[in-house]
Design a protein around this ligand. Structure first.
Ligand code: NAP
Length: 469
């Protein structure tokens, strides 16, 4: 998403000597890699689109993953940037030497470039939990982002570990296909009810005929989501109260069995973890062939999952919907900045960056969707567009000859990070739950202010925060 975006915007700005390195043989990032049953985006599709490339043909309010994948491929083609992508080319190392970045790829190529944009994503490297015996399972076992489509599911006994957005979508998609579905829940989730209606032919035709409808859909949804962001950063806001009410009502009204209802009731506030959206998870999990297993996992054995109460849950397929290692960012790529400074060492404790885009000691290096940026129930496309605008303003300083190297000062970065982590402690994400938003100290790794403030900050770099050489 962010690589295609960068290519389009660089070209528009008159840069024509650039390469997009892509380790796989297709573009699409998270939508190429996540192809589990039920995958969709829970940001409305008319907002989860590039601002400059609205799509009249989205089939549903929340389009399925395959449509989103086709959208990205289509945009790359339509904007003529596919030829700029070098497929099958994984960057293993970038070294800043003599004022330029030297890039090495796994297939042995060496390139020298003036600047690097790291558009490598966040939810990227699967988190495989250290559960004993995973290698002893005799059935099929895979992570949700490494789905094995050769494995038959119909009529089989399927186990899912995890209860995040991924698992919830899978449960709804699989329950009517499988013989038994066992959901291994370590922590219950609040579920925000969210219908997903299809667009009719006439609605799509209207979007096609009248582009202003698409523009206003994008703007209206943006306003709605930004108001939501204001709620998240103020745990006592009216928006938060409304979200909590909607989630609680969903649970109370839609789960009949009081024992199951209590199993599914979280012990923390709604939206403390990333809010899970679903129109039908509760209906799906109440089907007679579904079971929520709340007993902890002892180990995996050849025939299934043994829980701590000694029970063996026999399974043919076990899916790890256990999320991602979200502190990796560009890594495992080795990034070596000025004077041999290694990004892995700089980030040894935890990743950070000035405004989540630039890192002291790493000149002409720009991260999109980097550490501590806006995450949550947002469109990361919108986030990347704003960040890229900011990075391109810095690139312009290089192109115009105003400087040859630009990186943030250590002081500005430390000040930003101190203010950010202080504010993050007051957000709903820090209200008492475990989630992928939290760093090693339990501080949310995200933009802790409103989206409007983010947009304002991205509108132009404050050069006093940077060292220009
Ligand atoms: P996730 O939200 O990080 O959830 C991981 C789940 O695995 C949690 O329920 C976690 O339990 C569980 N888990 C991890 N290690 C475990 C262990 N050792 N034993 C038992 N359970 C374990 O991951 P995700 O569902 O893949 O979602 C990641 C993010 O991707 C989402 O938050 C969202 O931003 C994005 N996403 C979006 C959509 C969408 O648009 N609809 C769909 C999928 C993903 P605990 O809660 O106890 O830690």
């Amino acid at each position: 998403m962010a690589g295609i975006l960068s290519a389009i915007k660089l070209r528009e700005a008159g840069f024509d000597d650039f390469t997009v390195y892509e380790k796989a043989d297709r573009p699409g990032g998270t939508w190429r890699e996540n192809r589990y049953p039920g995958i969709a985006c829970d940001v409305p599709s008319h907002l989860y689109s590039y601002s400059f490339a609205p799509n009249p043909d989205w089939s549903h309010r929340f389009a399925p993953g395959s449509e989103i994948q086709a959208y990205f491929e289509g945009v790359a083609q339509r904007y003529g940037v596919t030829p700029f992508i070098r497929f099958g080319s994984e960057v293993s190392r970038g070294t800043f030497r003599g004022g330029r970045w030297q890039l090495e790829t796994k297939d042995g190529r060496r390139d020298e470039v003036d600047a690097v944009i790291a558009a490598t994503g966040v939810l990227h490297h699967p988190n495989v939990p250290p559960i004993e015996g995973l290698d002893r399972f005799a059935g099929a076992l895979f992570h949700s982002a490494r789905w094995d489509h050769a494995v038959r599911l119909d009529g089989r006994r399927v186990g899912i570990v995890g209860t995040g957005s991924t698992a919830v979508q899978m449960v709804s998609a699989l329950v009517d296909r499988v013989a038994r579905l066992s959901l291994f829940q370590r922590t219950a989730q609040w579920i925000m009810p969210q219908e997903n209606p299809a667009y009719s032919d006439s609605e799509r035709a209207a979007f096609r005929r009248r582009p202003e409808l698409l523009r206003s859909a994008y703007a209206d949804l943006g306003t709605l989501f930004h108001a939501f962001s204001t709620g998240l950063v103020d745990a006592d806001s009216p928006q938060m109260k409304a979200i909590e009410h909607a989630c609680r009502t969903n649970l109370e009204e839609n789960v009949r069995d009081p024992v199951l209802r209590e199993k599914l009731r979280p012990s923390y506030r709604a939206a403390c973890k990333r809010l899970v959206m679903s129109p039908d998870f509760y209906q799906a999990i109440q089907k007679p062939n579904a079971e929520v297993v709340t007993e902890g996992i002892e180990r995996v054995e050849a025939r299934g999952v043994r829980t701590r109460d000694g029970r063996l849950h026999e399974l043919d397929v076990l899916v790890l919907a256990t999320g991602f290692r979200v502190d990796r960012f560009v890594r495992p790529m080795q990034v070596v900045g000025r004077d041999g400074l290694d990004l892995d060492a700089v980030w040894a404790q935890r990743p950070s960056a000035y405004l989540s885009i630039t890192v002291p000691g790493f000149p002409n290096f720009f991260l999109l969707n980097g550490p501590n940026g806006p995450v949550g129930n947002f469109s990361l496309i919108e986030v990347a567009e704003l960040q890229l605008g900011y990075a391109m303003a810095l690139l312009e300083l290089l192109r115009s000859g105003r400087c040859r190297e630009i990186s943030p000062s250590a002081e500005a970065t430390a000040r930003f990070e101190a203010e950010r982590s202080e504010a993050a402690r007051r957000t709903i994400w820090a209200s008492g739950c475990r989630s992928w938003y939290l760093d090693d100290r339990g501080v949310p790794m995200s933009w802790p202010w409103t989206f409007d403030r983010f947009r304002e900050e991205m509108s132009a770099p404050r050069l006093e925060a940077f060292e220009l050489r």
